[in-house]
Every structure is written in C-alpha cells, then in structure tokens.
Design a protein around this ligand. Sequence first.
Ligand code: IMP
Length: 430
Amino acid sequence: MANVVVVGAQWGDEGKGKIVDWLSEQADVVVRFQGGHNAGHTLVIGGKVYKLSLLPSGVVRPNKLSVIGNGVVLDPYALAGEVERLAEQGVSITRENLRVAENATLILSIHRELDALRESGSAGTKIGTTKRGIGPAYEDKAGRRAIRLMDLADLGSLPEKVDRLLTHHNALRRGFGLEEFSPKAIYEELASVAPKVLPYMDAVWRLLDDERRAGKRILFEGAQGALLDVDHGTYPFVTSSNTVAGQAATGSGLGPGAVGYVLGIAKAYTTRVGEGPFPTELFDETGELIGQKGKEFGVVTGRKRRCGWFDATLVRQTVRTSGIDGIALTKLDILDGFKTIKIGVGYRLDGETLDYFPASQGAQARVEPIYEEMEGWSGSTAGARSWADLPAQAIKYVRRVEELIGAPVAVLSTSPERDDTILMKNPFEG
Ligand code: IMP
C-alpha cells in the first residue's frame, strides 16, 4: 500500500475537499504540510457540514490521527478557534487525534496587519492574498527570526525572541509611518494562547516515521495549487509556500520516498482568485455561466473566482513539476449543456508558439492561448457513477484532456456528493 499525496494542479479550489475526504476514510494518518488557514474546505459527512481551514480533513472522522507539519504556518488563535467550533459540532480534538509540529512557524497579529497593509494598495504590492498573514510569516521563517510553536513552551526566553522579531518589524512600521508594536503586547498575545495549542505539540518527523514503519497509511493533504507555488507558480502572484508534491516530504519531515502516489486535482475548467495571469480567462457570459453553475465563490474570503476554459498546457506543466501519477478531474457536470467547449493547448507569444508557460511575469501576462474546440454534450454528467452513464462526447473530452496533460484520469467527480464519483484507480493501491 502506497501513501498518497493530494495536490491542486491549478490555482487552488479544484475540489480537493471531497477527494481528500474520500481518501482520508482509507487513511490512518492525514498530514497538512504547507500553507495555513488561507485554505478552506467544506466537508459534508452524514448530513453535517464542517468547515475546515487549518486542520487536516481526517480530524472529523474517528480513529484518524491528524498532523500539522512543520511546513505549515500556524495561527495559534485560528487553531484554537477551529478546535472550539468543531467541539460545538461534537468533534472532540485532543492529543489523541491531533499533533502539531513543534518546529512549525507561528502567524502573529503583526503578520496579519502587514499582509493587510500591503494589500491595501498604498504599499503598491497587491497580490490579492487572503490577508491571513501567510506571506509575512513565511518571510520571518526564511529570515530566521520567526517564533515557532516550541517557543511557547519556554516563556522565559520568549521576550528575547519577540525583541529580535520586532527589531525587523518595527523598522518596517517606522518606514510606513505607523506606530511601533509593543513587545509586551506581542508577548501577551502569545503567552495567553500557549495553553490552548501546546497540548498538541510533538516531534512530528519522528511520529510520522514511526507510523510509516508500522505500515500505517498516510495521506498528505496539500492546500492551494501548483500554480500558486512560490517557485513554480505565477510569481509574484503566488502564495508563499511550495505547493507542489515534493513539499509533502520537506513540510512533514519525511524523506521523498515516503510520499508515494501523487494525485493531482484539476477542475474540468479553470478558476483563479486574486490577481495574476490567467491566459484562458473568460470575460463574457460563458465565464459568468461557468461561475454561476460552479458556485465559484471562495470558502475563506467569499471572493468571486475568475473563470475560464481548461488550460491543458498549464496542467501538463503541473503534472511534471509535481510528478503527478494520476488526476482527479472534478466538476465535469458544470460543462454540461455547452454547445462547444474549448481547451487551451498552447500559447502564442511574439509570433512564436509555446507548448509551456514561460516563467517571466511579463511573458505570462502577454501570452495568448491557442484553443482546440470540441463539440459539447447535451446529456447530463451530473451524478454519473460509471463510464456508461456519461454522454459519448463527455468521454471524448476526458480522453482528450488525458492525452494533452500526459496523465491518466484516476478519479472523475461528477457532483459534490461523495458517491458521485467514477473510480479508475484507487491511489492507495499504488
Ligand atoms: P496568500 O496565500 O493569502 O498569501 O495569498 C496568495 C495568493 O494565493 C492569492 O492569489 C490567494 O487568492 C491565493 N490563495 C491562497 N489560498 C488559496 C486557496 O486555498 N485557494 C485558492 N487560492 C488561494
């Protein structure tokens, strides 16, 4: 039995929630390895709706161990809040079912404020972030001045660490003409939340390796999508973590061999929230219709998502940068009823044809998509549970997508209901 990593193969919001939930049922351990509470998904289990942003999906199921790895940036207040909300829904979260890496970086109020300030426009660096403080927290981690979870267990030496952090942040504040942060207030912010989060702290690298050696099945749950990866995405319009599958190892403290089968999730069309290039974006009524049918509004921020045709060139690239073994193609039913459907198959740039997405920001903004047009289908794919239920043209579309992206469709999702799924391959079976 392989372990499985699930990653978004586009710009996030690919419908990972349903697939991760289905896989988490078969897993013993579910691990988050990057991002933070900028992610958001809704799980519907036994008629109950659970909204998660920081906790791994396995947490709502009994007898699963959920792990937040070192690659995650952890807002301790968001964690405590999510734990409390779930408790109100009857889900008990204890050290028995949740562990958090002792070396995870903390998101503090200063990070949220800086994120919001940069996004306000006055600082001239708008990315369209979720304003959760994700970017500034990762900056402090790389800058070697971050406060980490384990620091809350040693309150005696915390003031010194807070001072080091504020030397940097208060210089920025002065530059922006803002009042400086008080070390005492930051210390108190941390000291008061410590008892709520410390009970979950652990050496996650060791725990996960023990679980792996004991033959437990591990599901690595990625957040966002490969095109938001800080290295491989549409930089600078990206999140601040590595979102590709390789991060599952680094962000949890295991070797790359432990990761196993890589399942990429892709929507049958494309969406994006926030700023940045999007070659197949639609600005017409077709785009509006896709957005309405697909209910394309963000779970975390409620923002309307930009919509466009499936861009096979981009997904082919993420198949390669994440080493994707198979794709779960979601929301095929949203394309039901379109007379014609387009697929982006390459780009035109300055009179040349490209079969990849160039890395430079300027080129990414200027490429024009080359489309292949296919006849749509009039029948419905919604709720289909076998190939035989699908209109012939829909099957043709899926087959063409596979051909263009260079990866097989392992799972086809035809509605938000968990049973409305066509399974070609169980990723846990390798
Ligand atoms: P940040 O992660 O809040 O810094 O936001 C950086 C970029 O990533 C913005 O374009 C966000 O809209 C995008 N982003 C962050 N989290 C998600 C997500 O879970 N789904 C989709 N986009 C996201």
